[in-house]
Design a protein around this ligand. Sequence first.
Ligand code: CO
Length: 219
Amino acid sequence: MTIIKEMFENNKKWAKKLKRKDTDFFSKLSKQQHPQYLWIGCADSRVPANEIVGLMPGELFVHRNIANMVIHTDLNCLSVAQYAIDVLKVRHIIICGHYGCGGISAALKDTATGLSANWIRHIQDIAEKYKPNLKKETDIKQKINVMCELNIAEQVYNLARNSVAQDAWEKQKLTIHGWVYDIEDGLLNDLYCNITDTSILEEKHSAVIEKIFKKYNID
Ligand code: CO
């Protein structure tokens, strides 16, 4: 059996299994979705959003791109966030990176090619911003992991500064979380960014960055 054929066979088994648990599962889900959370994660195949946090179809709204970035002018990502907030009434946005991220690695080693190299430039900008501290870490694997955490702090900050989040805070509750997933043990690390409004943003952002530097002894 070809892999593609196998996928369809797997799909039939999966749908059957879910229907066995709840006969109306798909008919209920087809009428409406009520996810409580928006997940912005890396496109990496080893980081399946729903599975990691044990959520079912319908429970997590998802956007993924290389190195889980929230770029000020990325209409794709920002439209997902705005729709999640305004229409789905999501109250929690989780920006989740992962250690050993290929996008971060390509940025630090300057190995990205083609169109994606432009996207990766955003990560290189972050590396440039924290160059004096990053220089203190000589082990490349460790440096990539430091950058994975710094990147999350920066992306949480980007989203919090964006008009999408700013508008949301004028009318409803919204918390932006920053997590990093460890592909080596399957566990999530909460960076405790937890931005709940603009007033705490700057202070919280600096504190998270400081904490990362301390943790890796590069402060
Ligand atoms: Co990645």
